[in-house]
Design a protein around this ligand. Structure first.
Ligand code: COA
Length: 322
């Protein structure tokens, strides 16, 4: 039986820090309000000349270095992003050229904040069915480029960054199970109304910025996240007590705390970066994972649950033995 294992992680955050005090000067908000409602103190913003591919490259190189591999040794590359460098070609093909090697499949995945979980599942299935031996999976975003900086309901939440993992075929698991979900009925609770096809036909007045019904998104997330975690655990005949770490999508401290509470997990088992990163969409889970691997919290043998939710709505969970 072939499985896939995570053999290296990497992360990258751009240098510019946007604090809540900076936001107080831009919109009608306060540090106290943001902290109480979201748990976010600061987030990063890419420099004007930095693109999603630049962030993805930095995180990808760090993951490859941790795995002891060169770019040309991978044979599958997936980039999860909502903010690609261009409409086409994909950010993944641009990244492939930079990392070296050519010919192997490279493509982007768009599932907004759940994108990394979707990409990880696809790469895992490639490896388990013999379609690839070594895969680089990246979540990268310049989400601040699609933020309306006059909208206090959204601009306080999001940031830029990238995270990556290298997967390798192995005869021991690895990724035990992934569960992906989507429900398009909720797509307008969190979306960017402007687009390519639709925009050109009729939506000329729509602006290319995130629009969100925050309260409804919040309620939906709290009600559904613990369910998918339980489903993933049941599929593997595991219980919540078997989990060493929960690495959730970093959207909001209150959502993370409510999910942990529903799962009966102490916060000491939850990896949290939202305070310093904000919500980096597809980058948030691999960035948090990389941080906890590098600081020694997540060790070989640990059972780790990754979960995320986002626009679409999409949501998903992966159970991973390190
Ligand atoms: N500063 C100050 N006041 C703000 C504000 C800000 N940045 N943003 C909104 N408000 C105001 C609202 O205008 C509203 O005022 P009103 O009562 O006079 O109308 C009030 O605060 C409450 O708004 P509400 O949206 O109900 O607040 P909330 O407690 O739901 O918190 C969010 C707002 C956005 C922080 C919260 O809903 C949230 O985090 N939702 C999930 C978002 C998310 O995770 N999205 C990404 C998913 S991948």
């Amino acid at each position: 039986m072939i499985y896939s294992r995570i053999i290296g992680t990497g992360g990258y955050l751009p240098d510019q820090v946007i604090t809540n005090a900076d936001l107080e000067r831009m919109v009608d908000t306060t540090d106290q309000w943001i902290l109480e409602r979201t748990g976010i103190r600061e987030r990063r913003r890419a420099a004007p000349e930095q693109t999603t591919c630049d962030l993805a490259e930095a995180a990808g190189r760090r993951a490859l270095e941790a795995a002891g591999l060169k770019g040309r040794q991978i044979d599958l590359l997936i980039v999860a992003t909502t903010t690609p460098d261009h409409i086409f070609p994909s950010t993944a093909t641009k990244l492939q050229e930079r990392l070296g090697g050519a010919g192997y499949p490279s493509f982007d995945i768009q599932a907004v904040c759940t994108g990394f979980i979707y990409a990880l599942d696809i790469a895992d299935r490639y490896i388990r069915t013999g379609g690839a031996n070594t895969a680089l999976v990246v979540g990268a975003e310049t989400f601040t480029r699609i933020i309306d900086w006059t909208d206090r309901g959204t601009c306080i939440l999001f940031g830029d960054g990238a995270g990556a993992v290298v997967l390798e075929a192995s005869d021991t698991p690895g990724i035990l199970h992934s569960r992906l979900r989507a429900d398009g009925r909720y797509r307008k609770l969190l979306w960017v109304p402007a687009g390519v096809s639709e925009d050109q036909r009729e939506a000329k007045d729509q602006r290319p910025f995130v629009e969100m019904r925050g309260h409804e998104v919040f309620k939906w997330a709290v009600n559904n996240l613990s369910k998918i975690v339980d489903e993933a655990l049941a599929e593997c005949d595991l219980t919540r007590a078997d989990l060493d770490w929960l690495v959730p999508h970093q959207a909001n401290t209150r959502i993370l705390a409510a999910t942990a509470r529903k799962l009966g997990l102490p916060m000491s088992k939850v990896v949290m970066t939202v305070e310093r990163h904000g919500n980096t969409s597809a980058a948030s889970v691999p960035l948090a994972l990389d941080e906890a691997v590098r600081d020694g919290r997540i060790r070989s043998g640990d059972m780790v649950l990754l979960e995320a939710f986002g626009g679409g709505f999409t949501w998903g969970a992966s159970l991973v033995r390190f």
